[in-house]
Design a protein. Structure first.
Length: 412
């Protein structure tokens, strides 16, 4: 798929320390250690509805990691998928008597526009499940051949499932106990009751064709892919095993990322699939998780239509720590508008407080598990000093603007 358009990123003098991030598998903050090319995979949208503030907050967090690695001199190979064929999309299309392909294309186009307006740097590879069917079939075929996948004993629908016990490190990404896994599997799209499975937790890899559902002809028999194998195939084929980061919201810790990692281990014999598993907190509205099923969504496109400055929206979403579950309030946006105004006022002056140390502080705060509240506070302090004190440094406003642009993605 065509990703969205990139915006230029200014180069800053010097560079920061290694980026430290919380790794779900390790249960702690650890330094990342990418090679010259940092390899990151972030789970993309299921395009059956517009981008809401929860999605946006998640992609903004990974955008800052992307930017930090670029600032540190890495070439970043960023891969993102689009789950453009799956149950929720097909169900929505059926409900609205829409064509599922058209619905997916329309929402993906809107997502691109939203990301571009928020100045999220695009992935190098933006890959739809539909265009990766051949890759997915290959992975399922290999796992079937080596016995890690199997067909259920159902003559009408001999669907293919993954035997999760084929991966020795299964469970090491989430660290959840069996009871929690069983609960989350049932809540998040799994089918523990399906007859004929070797184990209730085994996830679907290939769903044989059903009346009224799309299917693809291939050596597995006509059907469509399961969800976890999509991200395993798309990620491994572009980044190789042992890439630097796999990311998504905390609702993807289990089952999605656990099973993608287990597929990869069964396929390659290597572990882990990703060196860091990074998860963002959930954005809620008035104390409830913002989700399509609850219908309490605030859409990026709606705010854009209401003339909200995308830079204020970006700043508002970065004002909380990426790992904390947090609630969206109108006040969050109002505060960001005020803050952005102050920053803009300060950089418009002919001189300001020295900015070099602010760049250091910004980098240091971001390197510490993306402490955006601390990073914003550093810029606030500079703006206050500049607006209230004598302007001593004529280069400071331009340097500060460049740093806020390169590291936080905010154009002043
Ligand atoms: N297509 C799959 C991933 S392969 C998927 O989960 N799609 S999604 O459209 O449901 O979500 C896209 C991303 O937004 C995921 O990383 C998900 O964890 C994240 N997300 C969804 N809801 C929220 C929320 N309320 N707050 C923060 N992030 C969210
Ligand atoms: Zn995914």
């Amino acid at each position: 798929m065509q990703p969205w358009t990139s915006t230029p990123v200014p180069r800053l003098p010097g560079q920061g320390a290694a980026l430290r991030l919380h790794d779900t598998a390790a249960g702690q903050v650890r330094p990342t250690a990418p090679g010259p090319t940092a390899r990151m995979y972030v789970c993309g949208i299921t395009p059956y509805d517009a981008t809401h503030l929860g999605h946006a907050a998640t992609y903004l967090a990974f955008d800052l990691m992307h930017r930090y690695w670029r600032d540190a001199g890495h070439d970043v190979h960023y891969v993102q998928n689009v789950t453009d064929v799956d149950d929720p999309l097909l169900e929505r299309a059926r409900r609205d008597q829409d064509d599922w392909v058209v619905l997916g294309m329309r929402e993906t186009a809107l997502f691109r526009e939203d990301m571009e307006s928020l100045r999220v740097l695009p992935p190098r590879d933006f890959v739809g499940a539909v265009e990766a069917i051949g890759e997915i079939v290959e992975v399922v075929g290999k796992l079937l051949a080596c016995g890690a996948a199997y067909r259920v004993d159902d003559p009408e629908h001999p669907d293919i499932y993954f035997d999760h016990r084929a991966a020795a490190h299964f469970g090491s990404e989430s660290g959840y106990d069996e009871e929690t896994m069983a609960r989350l599997f049932a809540e998040r799209g799994g089918d523990p009751q399906r007859l004929g499975k070797r184990h209730p937790l085994d996830p679907l890899m290939w769903r044989t064709a059903r009346e009224g559902e799309p299917s693809w002809d291939c050596e597995l028999g006509p059907g469509r892919p399961g969800w976890h194998v999509e991200c395993c195939a798309i990620g491994l084929n572009r980044l190789g095993i042992g890439f630097d980061l796999q990311g998504g919201g905390s609702d993807l810790i289990f089952p999605h990322h656990e099973f993608s990692a287990a597929h990869a281990e069964a396929l390659t014999g290597e572990h882990p699939m990703a060196r860091h598993y990074v998860h963002t907190g959930m954005i809620g509205l008035n104390g409830e998780k913002m989700s399509k099923s609850k219908g309490n969504l605030v859409f990026v496109s709606r705010l854009r239509a209401d003339q909200v400055d995308p830079m204020a929206l970006r700043l508002a979403l970065l004002s909380g720590h990426y790992r904390s579950d947090r609630s969206w309030h109108t006040a969050t946006l109002d505060e960001a508008v005020t803050r952005l105004g102050r920053w803009r006022q300060a950089v418009a002056l002919p001189a300001g407080a020295p900015a070099r140390y602010v760049v250091c502080r910004l980098r240091a705060r971001l390197a510490d598990d993306l402490d955006t509240p601390g990073a914003l506070a550093a810029v606030d302090a500079w703006a206050t000093e500049t607006l209230t004190g004598p302007g001593r440094d004529a280069d400071a406003p331009a340097l500060l603007s460049a740093a806020v642009d390169a590291l936080l993605g905010i154009v002043l």
